[in-house]
Design a protein around this ligand. Sequence first.
Ligand code: 5GP
Length: 190
Amino acid sequence: MKGNNKSTGLLVVVSAPSGAGKTSVLSEVMRKFPDINFSVSVTTRPPREGERDGVNYFFVTDEEFEALIERDDFVEWAVVHGNRYGTLKSTVQDALDNNRTIILDTDTVGAFNIKKHFPDTVLIFIAPPSQEALRERLESRNTESRELIQKRLDAAPGEMARMAEYDYIVLNETLSNAAAQIGSIIEANN
Ligand code: 5GP
């Protein structure tokens, strides 16, 4: 990324209802823009098949998560779909200190908490083309039980209700367009 005259990095938070295709879009953004870092969150959720510790998340026990809270190591943390997820202060600080662009993937609660701490944060919401698309994606990826899929679908309207408070909304109709739009948003804010 060129043209960054700021003396600090850029924080970009991306949120989406579960099944909107956020992980695929973000992987594409990262592939196209290798300079952008991804903030690896800590979670108590068990890993899905193919997920790697330290790459997708730092997978920890409830006790380990509790210890991180006690040590005040999180910028923010929240309970999402019954598990705890948190963003490490050290990850954010490192990006800011080294003048890097970093993408954080958090729910709506996390997004607004980060913006409160760091008002220059750019908030992007990825919207699905339809509610049906969410169900189709969650069912076809086959990583959650029926009950957990329903829990995630039930949470979608609450998350969509906060969409208008984001700086940008990207409609995920095609992966490449959504990734390109996010790339343009980041360039415009750098
Ligand atoms: P998943 O289990 O599908 O990977 O993520 C579930 C939800 O947790 C998503 O909405 C994701 O954005 C959110 N999430 C992931 N990491 C964090 C985090 O560090 N903080 C918060 N508040 N939410 C997170």
